[in-house]
Design a protein around this ligand. Sequence first.
Ligand code: PMP
Length: 397
Amino acid sequence: MQLSEKALAISPSLTLKITAMAKEMKARGLDVVGFGAGEPDFDTPQHIKDAAVEAIRIGMTKYTPASGTLELKKAVCANLKRNHGLSYEPNQIVISNGAKHSLFNTFQAIVNPGDEVLVIAPYWLTYPELVKMAGGVPVYVEAKESNNFEPLAADIEAAVTERTKAIIVNNPSNPCGCIYSQKTLGDIAEIAQKHDFFIVSDEIYGELVYDGNKHLSIANLSDDAYARTILVNGLSKTYAMTGWRIGYTASTPEIAKIMGSYQSHATSNPCSVAQFAGVEALMGPQDEIRKMREEFNERRKLMVKLVNAIDGLSCVTPMGAFYVMMNISKLKGRRLEGKEIKGSVDFAEKLLEKKLTAVIPGAAFGADDFVRLSYAVSRENIEKGIKRIAEFVAMLD
Ligand code: PMP
């Protein structure tokens, strides 16, 4: 029988192969250092866990409104106001099962078959697949390492067509770790206004910025940018709550209504207990967040220093999130035991096999000259893993 063409068009995750290999090796008792993690290694703060226990105790265990509880929507609004000076009303907020689900809803709400969505490369590998799931076509705009992985206005403009429906702005970026300057955000907002398309702003790493930088939401730039932005965020990264599955969108009441209806038939509400705890996360004390950020910052500096000390490898200093894009282009074409390292997949596979260190090949993000290293791991493991990478490079002919 014929299966769904739309479903068949979805690519399997390239990262899974390496992650599965690393897991299997760990299970065999091997001492694998994993730089693949896309989640904080910290535990969820205790006061948030306590709130979840309280939710269960008082019976917050039933269906909630499909698009989320009013309390959590209000907490999201308060948070957007406090952190960004952005004004939203609860009817503009939709709470979903993680930011990934929020993004899924977003594309379902705005994309018609054949519509194009601009994706800035290197990109988070889920974006193109989410666009395709909605019947859209991802169109790539390359952002160069030499420009700190920020896209150039001329390159964005050149990719715009009659069918352009939206641009995805992931700021701070996974996998690049860059944060966009006000100039770049302004250029994007201007092009979106000129050609009248949506801005999908994924700000999931917005609280994880370093060196005294402050996260700037593109929705903050002008009334027009605010009106055409669907802002996506969630609790996973900021509050070390990846497993709780709470994400949200802030958009126009019209779009929020469409997404709410869509969600009401697809999944109903996100977990009632997690929503209750989410209010505590957003409205409770924020000191743990600061502590996590400080620790990430130390790890970031350590990793950047160690990577740049290895001959043949380099990285620009990331300003946000918890990833380092390690440039391996100088090693392409070198050989290991007679076999050529052709690109990031060969590099990642051989590094894991020979030195028990897992990294994510940049090919997964549309950037074969790089591998991604997560610093959501202990400083001790950063030292150990980067030392192994240096030993691996020394093995190449
Ligand atoms: N956006 C980006 C850029 C991400 O890296 C992730 C998590 N890897 C998400 C969204 C999704 O986060 P979640 O669904 O856990 O909220």
